[in-house]
Structure formats: structure tokens, C-alpha cells
Design a protein around this ligand. Structure first.
Ligand SMILES: NC(=O)c1ccc[n+]([C@@H]2O[C@H](COP(=O)([O-])OP(=O)(O)OC[C@H]3O[C@@H](n4cnc5c(N)ncnc54)[C@H](O)[C@@H]3O)[C@@H](O)[C@H]2O)c1
Length: 446
């Protein structure tokens, strides 16, 4: 019964030097992330919500009492080594953008004002066709989409050089683009590059960033629901160049709740008749999502969750007729302080109906900022450990996780959490924890 599955410790390059964190998009999420990290570095704040900074990991048997901090267990980059950069079609520096975003209180922003003021956005690869509600005034010009990608590559090279960076990672924190299905141009790297040259309509700006980052050896994580790196061409490029990628769409508020509650229903074999989710939010993201085409991208990302968790084909009597609706309503008075309601119609023993109501008064960017930090640090770790392609172990952070072809993505938050921690154990040559536990009881005696 004492199965040992110690993996050989992986060779992980040390986290030497400085790590650049590039965010396409310098709005509410990105500036809350920069400001939070700097406040933590100065001892002014606690990194609540960040697994890399606050989480521990159990190693070995429960009787061994070994539970180090994750940051002591795996060789993560230190917060002091992080350098921030970004692009935005709005020319505001991070100080002005943070003030406009209205997430952080004045005192928090003013305490680090000089730091935030020096983070100035690079001109964006932007096209209003993809984000209808925004007007870009700080944008790159180029004859072809390939020209724009080349300019982004040059930005990355300069950013690395000026800041004397050892390595960099990118986390997409820009607006949600309009809905797009994978098409012929995305099929492989060759078709993608040709499509950039002829300004093909199916090449979105976010794809140009992903392409530029990967070409400059910068792994890329996607915090929005747009396809971006989730197309064969980008996966080919990432695998060819040995780079880590992942996405899509930070899992923060309502979907976080959904991926906790739905597994509970399934674990107890309770039925579900309907799940109505609605939100009000008043930040710029809410305004962008007020456009039906951008909302469609978000809706797809939010809707898939229940189907994957509840497996209606396997449990038709319990989940065969679910009515699932998701609404996002732009309501300016609330700013970044979103309110998400869920009305869940369930049924139990002999089909008797019951209801669950959730009212989550959350703060969008306060929930998203620690995710950006964890993704940056874990992606850098994966990269140094030679893990390339889709980082499925980081599904924990995403609403619509990318997975290898033919695999159904894992949405259950606690399975995702176990997967993440087991990956860390595997990386460091520690035993996987299966929670079997029979070894603690008599019948385990050999
Ligand atoms: N906050 C959350 O809880 C949460 C959760 C999941 C996903 N997201 C996603 O994260 C992203 C950022 O959210 P936010 O609240 O910071 O939004 P935001 O509107 O405050 O910031 C987005 C920024 O991206 C910029 N932008 C748009 N197109 C760009 C381009 N092509 N290149 C560079 N910059 C561009 C915009 O000008 C804006 O400043 C959104 O896509 C949102 O849907 C957020």
C-alpha cells in the first residue's frame, strides 16, 4: 500500500535576474496588479488572494507535518525582481489609469504615485473593429498586420534591453475582443503568417501580441475570452519555440462561485433545472461588454462551465434539461464593484424542487490582480522547468481553460487546485497526494 511515485526532480533553471511582466492592456486589472505588487514590496499591503504568496503545500503523509509555503517549495521569481510594462491605446500612465479605474483608494495610489507614473503604455496594436466601445488614440500604424507584429516585437526587445531583463512573461489584460471562431488563417503558422501579410480579417490584434511575444521567447497567458493563443498556429509556434501558453479568461467572480457550487450538486447527485446568472458592473470592461459582439465572446466562455462539470450526457435525469442563462448589464454607478446574482433551481429526493440564491458583491479587479501575479510567476516557473505548450495545470485561474486536443477541460475548482499542487509536487520530485489515506488505518498493516 505504500506506493511511492516520486518523480525525478526536474531541472529547473534558477530565477536569476529580473523578470519582465508585460501586460497588453493597462486598465483596471493591470494597474491594480502593478499597484498591489509594489505596495506589497514596500510592506504596505498583504497579497491576499495569491496562492504563490500566501499558499502552503502539504508534502508527504499527514503525520509528517510538512507544509511549506509554496514560495519556499518551488523556486519562484521574487516580487522584487519584477519589472512591469504594457501597451494600451489610451495613453494614460499607470497612475492616471489607476485613478480613472476607480478600484483603489486615493491613499493607496498616492503612496506609490512616482512608481506608477513611470509605467507608461507603449502604443497599442489596436483596431476599433475588435472593441467597438473604445476609441484608440495611442496606436501603432503599419501597412500590414505583420508590420504591427514586428513593431510589437521591437517593443519587447527594447523593454528587455532598457530594463536589463533576464526573462519576460506576458499576461493579456486588455479588453475582450468581438466573437471569432477559429478559421483557415489560424490553421498553422504558415497560414497565420500569410494571413498577417494580406491583412486577413480573422487576425485579431490580440493574436499579433501573442505572435510577437512567442517570437521573442515570451510565454503568453490570456486573461480574456478571445481566442488569441487558443488556435493551432499559436500552439505550433509555442511548441516549436518551447514556450508556455495558457488561457482563457480569468476566473474571478460569478464563474468562480459556479465552479464551486456545481461540483457540489454533482457530488451529491442533486438535480439542476435552471441557473440564471446576472451581473451589474460599471467599469470600462462593463462598457466594452455592453457591445453584443464582445459580450458574445464572454458569454461563450461563461456558458461552457456547467455543461462540462455536470456532464448531462452521463446524467440525463439530473442535468439533461438545464436552462442556463448569463447576463451582464453595464451600470455605471457601481464602477468596478460588481454585483453578481445567481438563481439556481435544483431538485432533490423524488424530484422535489429547491432554490439557491447567491448575491456576490465583489470587486472585479481586486479578485483578478492576484491571478495576474500567480500566472506570471507560475508561467515563469514552467518556462524555466522546460514545460512548453498549454499549461493545463494553470486551469485553476481560467473560466474557459485551454486543454490539449481531444481532452475535455477541467472546470471543477478543487480538481484544478489539486492538479496545480500535484504539478508542483511532480516538478520538485515529491509524492503525489491522492487523499487515499488507508495507510493510516489498521488494515494497511503489511
Ligand atoms: N476583472 C475581472 O474580474 C476579469 C475577469 C475575467 C476577465 N477579465 C478580462 O480582463 C480584461 C481586463 O479587464 P479590465 O477590467 O482591466 O478592463 P479595462 O477596460 O479597465 O482595461 C482594458 C484595457 O485594455 C485596453 N485595450 C483594448 N484593446 C487593446 C489592445 N488591442 N492593445 C492593448 N490594450 C488594449 C483598453 O484601452 C483598456 O485600457 C478584460 O478583457 C476583461 O474581460 C477581467
Amino acid at each position: 500500500m505504500k506506493a511511492k511515485q516520486k518523480a525525478a526532480t526536474h531541472a529547473i533553471a534558477p530565477a536569476r535576474g529580473r523578470l519582465g511582466v508585460l501586460t497588453p492592456g493597462m486598465g483596471a486589472v493591470a494597474t491594480t496588479f502593478y499597484a498591489g505588487v509594489e505596495s506589497v514590496r514596500r510592506g504596505l499591503a498583504t497579497p491576499v488572494g495569491s496562492l504563490t504568496q500566501m499558499g502552503t503545500i502539504r508534502l508527504g503523509k499527514r503525520t509528517e507535518h510538512r507544509s511549506p509555503l509554496i514560495s519556499k517549495f518551488v523556486p519562484l521569481a521574487k516580487l522584487d525582481s519584477l519589472v512591469f510594462g504594457g501597451w494600451d491605446p489610451i495613453p494614460d500612465d499607470a497612475y492616471t489609469a489607476a485613478k480613472k479605474a476607480g478600484v483603489l483608494e486615493k491613499d493607496h495610489i498616492e503612496a506609490i504615485a512616482p512608481f506608477l507614473k513611470q509605467i507608461k503604455p507603449m502604443p497599442a496594436a489596436f483596431d476599433q473593429h475588435w472593441v467597438k466601445k473604445l476609441k484608440g488614440m495611442h496606436v501603432k500604424k503599419g501597412k500590414t498586420k505583420r508590420d504591427l507584429a514586428e513593431q510589437l516585437r521591437e517593443d519587447i526587445r527594447q523593454f528587455k534591453k532598457i530594463n536589463k531583463l533576464d526573462r519576460a512573461v506576458a499576461v493579456w489584460c486588455a479588453s475582450t475582443e468581438i466573437f471569432l471562431k477559429p478559421g483557415a488563417a489560424h490553421r498553422n503558422l504558415k497560414t497565420f503568417e500569410r494571413a498577417m501579410d494580406r491583412n486577413d480579417a480573422s487576425i485579431a490584434p490580440s493574436m499579433l501580441y501573442a505572435y510577437a511575444c512567442l517570437m521573442e521567447d515570451v510565454p503568453f497567458m490570456n486573461g480574456a475570452p478571445n481566442l488569441t493563443v487558443d488556435i493551432p498556429a499559436m500552439l505550433e509556434l509555442a511548441n516549436e519555440r518551447g514556450l508556455a501558453v495558457g488561457g482563457k479568461d480569468f476566473k474571478t467572480g460569478q464563474t468562480l462561485m459556479k465552479t464551486v457550487l456545481a461540483p457540489m450538486l454533482k457530488a451529491r447527485m442533486l438535480g439542476l433545472a435552471g441557473w440564471y446568472s446576472t451581473n451589474i458592473l460599471g467599469n470600462r470592461d462593463g462598457e466594452v461588454l455592453d457591445d453584443p459582439e464582445s459580450f458574445k465572446t464572454k458569454e461563450e466562455s461563461k456558458l461552457g462551465v456547467l455543461e462540462h462539470i455536470l456532464q448531462p450526457a452521463m446524467y440525463p435525469k439530473l442535468y439533461g434539461k438545464i436552462y442556463h442563462k448569463v447576463r451582464i448589464n453595464y451600470y455605471p454607478p457601481r464602477g468596478d464593484n460588481k454585483e453578481g446574482w445567481d438563481n439556481i433551481d435544483i431538485f432533490g429526493w423524488m424530484g422535489y424542487p429547491m432554490q439557491i440564491k447567491v448575491d456576490f458583491l465583489c470587486r472585479d479587479s481586486i479578485l483578478a490582480a492576484p491571478i495576474v501575479l500567480d500566472l506570471a510567476l507560475f508561467t515563469d516557473l514552467a518556462q524555466r522547468a522546460g514545460m512548453h505548450g498549454i499549461q493545463e495545470w494553470l486551469s485553476f485561474y481560467f473560466k474557459s481553460p485551454m486543454a490539449a486536443e481531444g481532452l475535455t477541460p477541467e472546470h471543477d475548482l478543487f480538481i484544478q487546485h489539486t492538479k496545480l499542487k500535484n504539478t508542483l509536487r511532480w516538478l520538485m520530485g515529491e509524492e503525489q497526494i491522492t487523499h487515499l489515506g488507508v495507510e493510516y488505518y489498521e488494515y494497511d498493516a503489511e
